[in-house]
Design a protein around this ligand. Sequence first.
Ligand code: TPP
Ligand code: MG
Length: 312
Amino acid sequence: MDRDTALRLHEAMLLTRLAEERLVKLFRQGKTLGSVYRSLGQEATACATAMALGPDDVIAPMIRNLGSMFVRGATPLEIFLQYLGRATGPTGGREHNNHFGSVARGILAPTSMLGALIPVMAGVALSFRQKGEPRVAMTWIGDGGSSTGAFYEGLNFAVVQKLPLIVIGESNGYAFSTPPDRQMAGRMAERSQGAFTLTVDGNDAAAVYAAAAQARQHCLEGKGPAFLVCETFRMKGHAEHDDQRYVDPALLAQWAAKDPLPRFEAWLALRGWTPAPDLRARLEAELLAAAEAAEAAPWPDPATLEAGVFST
Ligand SMILES: Cc1ncc(C[n+]2csc(CCOP(=O)(O)OP(=O)(O)O)c2C)c(N)n1
Ligand SMILES: [Mg+2]
């Protein structure tokens, strides 16, 4: 990873962390219309993976992959408008999390149906192969989501067809309140069905980036899909309404010591690549301004309720 990429990756991870902290404030003030699903401790698995892609590649994030959307150019204002349900937000107030796409940025809208994006992205990858385009499709799946039929169907199809699909497996210790050993036989990497599989320390942003770049190269060489399992930990409850009392505090402390942000900052420091000293203050100011702008934005007009609803 060169210096410029490393510093952009660090900024994306920090932006993700601070944007979510701002979202939590808005949630506690009763201003968000839904809950807030943190990616605390998982910023590397969202950002470093997306950072390894080329501009023509396409991503389909899940709820905990807000960072990948920032990497692809989504703005804090869009995110806040969305969470606050405002008319000028990407879905015009119809949806209240990060479930919106942007064709121009190569982002397919996240969906909440676990696993559903794997066959969809296998289809996107199929279109790239049929058109002979050197592009890859990337999506994410949790340990819980990898127990769905859609995960198996989609990945199997991609393996059989040798499609340029990268599936990022986020093995983060829980699915809601269920640990993997209560719902999964074996380890997540064993679910690869013949896809090129890598397991990486998901809290080591440099390692995640290197593995994602390797997975992309594998796909571009026409060798079929890659399954990149990131070993990480969900540092908050499923969402802000979940106080995660079922998680052993000692385990949280153990993973807090592996926080991907300070680890990556130490990695940068070793190379003498220093982020701008005012970076955090600048991002915080930008986020505050974006949150205030979102709060001042209009609500959707009830008369538009049926806009975008189709009937036959
Ligand atoms: C097909 C399907 N089944 C159940 C749910 C409800 N649900 C939403 S998130 C979740 C847990 C997801 O756990 P995991 O895949 O490990 O992701 P994490 O939340 O840990 O990032 C469940 C069961 C859903 N959204 N879709
Ligand atoms: Mg999980």
